[in-house]
Design a protein around this ligand. Sequence first.
Ligand SMILES: C[C@](O)(CO)[C@H](O)COP(=O)(O)OP(=O)(O)OC[C@H]1O[C@@H](n2ccc(N)nc2=O)[C@H](O)[C@@H]1O
Ligand SMILES: Nc1ncnc2c1ncn2[C@@H]1O[C@H](COP(=O)(O)OP(=O)(O)OP(=O)(O)O)[C@@H](O)[C@H]1O
Length: 282
Amino acid sequence: MPTSSRNWPAPAKLNLFLHINGRRQDGYHELQSLFQFVDHCDQLHFRARRDDGITLSPAIDGVANDDNLIVRAARLLQRHCDCPFGADIELEKVLPMGGGLGGGSSNAATTLVALNRLWQLNLSEDELAELGLSLGADVPVFVRGLAAVADGVGEILRPVEIDQPWYLVVAPNVAVSTAEIFQAPELTRNSPKLAQPELRPSQWHNDCVGAVIQRYGQVANALGWLIQYAPSQMTGTGSCIFGTFSSQEEALVALADLPDEWRGFVARGCNRSPLLDRALQP
Ligand SMILES: C[C@](O)(CO)[C@H](O)COP(=O)(O)OP(=O)(O)OC[C@H]1O[C@@H](n2ccc(N)nc2=O)[C@H](O)[C@@H]1O
Ligand SMILES: Nc1ncnc2c1ncn2[C@@H]1O[C@H](COP(=O)(O)OP(=O)(O)OP(=O)(O)O)[C@@H](O)[C@H]1O
């Protein structure tokens, strides 16, 4: 067994649209969403252990290692396969957390894919995606690594080829509760299901944005600022927003003006996740 495997990317995702089509008996929402990756990534490094210990360093402030989706993904895989080995995992975190960029879900997916390789478990992509779903709704799309339209409650994925523009992603200094937004009484829950929505950018919108900007003034302010530079939208249930640019230069010009109170980065949209490219290498 190889002893270590380094430089596994865990990219962010954007929800280019998020349409809510209805509410089910169990409270979950029927939705349609378009996921695309960006080439802005956390990095993970793995070293195999001969005992079954799982360590993660550095820990994330405010998240106990036992709750960290990386450790949870590693333990889940270990249990599922009766694997006797463990791993020392190193995390270089650059993605803002709790902002709708899916960083935690992406970390979990990268851990599943990398340890499946390092521990020589030979699980299929379908098995990894199914394991991932038990960790979070957004883990499967990161495991599969292709831009996709999601349907159902987000679990049905259909890969799509779409434009790969440049984005300026802005993280307002606030965390939005996904559960709170989905419970908002005024939420639009009757957007029509669209056939091939990926072909109709003029209809792309985010049904959660109204409820978010009403409750979180920072998101409203950030959107008001970004929209001066480019067409802009919120990802997931926020708080991050993104502007869409046709060149890196234009996105960087806007980033240079970003008010100090917010963080931001410029990244390219990718229909193929950087994780898939890494998985082709030894
Ligand atoms: C909507 C997205 O942000 C799109 O990327 C994600 O699918 C949400 O993913 P997540 O944060 O992992 O969400 P979960 O932990 O599954 O759900 C958080 C909460 O959002 C609500 N929720 C989520 C997904 C869905 N289809 N309907 C819902 O009503 C539920 O109240 C749930 O308690
Ligand atoms: N490895 C991890 N990286 C980031 N957050 C983690 C991790 N493990 C557990 N968490 C917890 O998960 C929460 C959500 O993190 P994440 O970055 O995935 O949010 P998000 O981008 O809003 O996700 P989503 O788009 O799925 O709602 C964090 O606030 C943190 O408490």
